[in-house]
Design a protein around this ligand. Structure first.
Ligand code: SAH
Ligand code: SF4
Ligand code: F3S
Length: 436
């Protein structure tokens, strides 16, 4: 029997999908990339913005037809939208077989076993074969939930309060992923650097994970500026396995907006934090999340967000249009006109693209180390995606000369040893133009 998984939302959801996939494999199922082959269709939903939820629900609507095409097919809906709208889902889509909210994900294995009417046994666990997409670079969830209450955000209500996994459990999971072939571990949590368990804090966990045999790279997402302590920065700078790249959501460049969002830092604190980090880790890349059109955002507030993008010189980022979420404090505030939000979104994206391209173009001619994740595709320690010309296998680390940095994915050719025609030609043209 085969299963197919469709995941919406953030890395936490991707990690949850992987975990649920492992449980299904333990029940003897095999993952497929083709829904037509599948007997079980799992939709892992997101509800962070209305758009995310709408996309998942229209997919579920289409599955009515998929289900009737073959007897015995089952549909499982999980995740954050399932948590928020469980009754509505069951009403609107009576053909669903199982709905599991994000807070109950830990009960998934038992529920799935019941649905499939099989018992999990150790023997069956041997069936668990990691899927290709998370083999080299694996996610490990270190905490669930969020204790913050950013006024726009639905996550705390659908994921609950923070629960931390123990250091032993996390290290055990890291070892499992390494045994399956992982070389890079990304630790996950909504405010991942607020981690604490017993006497351990996030910095000790980072060190512990970096010290596991076979781990070449460590990343984490999403840290909150408030918990970005000196100790964490020092650890990042000192421990070679921890990559010099950070996704640090800022949301807005206006202190008035930050206060109304209840983000718990000011623009100045954010800027001095990233300056400190860049001093400790020269060459560090920085990305962010920004919300435009939060209720009450004036033209002047918006300009402050634009000026922050120039000041912080982000390497890339996500710009979101504010979306009111029922039950959050901001949902009762008056929304800005949609056209204005669209316009600000466009302007913000254009500026971010320009700043990011300026930074990217400086990479041409450099020779970063790339961890190959799929044939001809890998990432630098700074988290730039690179399309590689040359013969490489997943899991290898190679030095790559960057030849083009126009688009989000850089182009590069393998340095040394493996001289390919293309990097030969590249060297040749550089010599002719006198560059480098
Ligand atoms: N825990 C992470 C972010 C989780 S949600 C953190 O705090 O950094 C991912 C991103 O979605 C947020 O950073 C925010 O930019 C965006 N977001 C969350 N709620 C939103 C909403 N109601 N409207 C628009 N964007 C939102
Ligand atoms: Fe949402 Fe804020 Fe928690 Fe992030 S820190 S998940 S934005 S409440
Ligand atoms: Fe979406 Fe849930 Fe992540 S709401 S962004 S999948 S925590």
């Amino acid at each position: 029997m085969k299963f197919y998984v469709r995941t919406y939302g953030c890395q936490m959801n991707v990690a949850d999908s992987n975990e649920m996939g492992r449980h299904l494999k333990a029940n003897g199922l095999v993952e497929t990339q083709d829904p037509e082959e599948a007997s079980v269709f799992l939709v892992n939903t997101c509800t962070v913005r209305q758009h995310a939820e709408d996309r998942a629900f229209s997919e579920i609507g289409r599955l009515r037809h998929w289900k009737t095409k073959r007897p015995g097919r089952k549909i499982v809906v999980t995740g954050c939208a399932a948590e928020r709208t469980r009754e509505y889902l069951e009403d609107r889509f009576p053909f669903l077989d199982l709905v599991v909210g994000a807070k109950s994900i830990e009960d998934f294995s038992q529920m799935a076993a019941q649905l499939l009417d099989r018992r999990e046994t150790d023997e069956e666990l041997d069936y668990a074969v990691p899927s290709a997409d998370d083999r080299i670079s694996a996610f490990v969830t270190i905490m669930r939930g969020c204790n913050y209450s950013c006024t726009y955000c639905i996550v705390p209500s659908v994921r609950g309060r923070e629960i931390y996994h123990s250091m032993e459990q996390i290290l055990g999971e890291v070892r499992d992923r390494v045994a399956e072939g992982a070389r890079e571990i990304t630790l996950l949590g909504q405010t991942v650097n607020s981690y604490r368990h017993g006497s351990y804090r996030f910095a000790e966990l980072l060190e512990g994970v970096a010290n596991v045999d076979g781990v070449d790279r460590v990343r984490f997402i999403s840290p909150h500026p408030y918990y970005m302590s000196d100790r964490v920065i020092e650890t990042m700078a000192e421990v070679p396995e921890i990559c010099e790249s950070l996704h640090l959501p800022v949301q807005s460049g206006s202190n008035k907006m930050l206060r109304q969002m209840m983000r718990n830092y000011t623009r100045e604190q954010y800027v001095s934090l990233i300056e400190k980090m860049r001093k400790a880790m020269p060459g560090m890349t920085l990305s962010t999340d920004i919300i435009v059109g939060f209720p009450g955002e004036t033209e002047a507030d918006f300009r402050l967000t634009l000026s922050l993008i120039e000041e912080a010189r982000f390497d890339w980022g996500f710009i979101f249009k504010y979306s009111p979420r029922e039950g959050t404090p901001a949902a009762s505030l008056e929304c800005l006109p949609q056209e204005l939000i669209e316009e600000r979104h466009r302007e913000c994206l254009e500026l971010l693209d320009r700043v990011a391209l300026e930074k990217r173009s400086k990479l041409v001619g450099t020779t970063p180390e790339v961890l190959v994740e799929e044939d001809n595709f890998g990432r630098t320690r700074t988290n730039h995606k690179v399309h590689i010309t040359g013969n490489v296998a997943p899991g290898e680390q190679v030095r790559v000369r960057i030849t083009n940095a126009q688009r989000a994915t850089l182009q590069g050719v393998i340095e040394n040893g493996n001289i390919t025609f293309e990097n030969f030609r590249e060297e040749d043209s550089r010599a002719r133009t006198g560059a480098g």
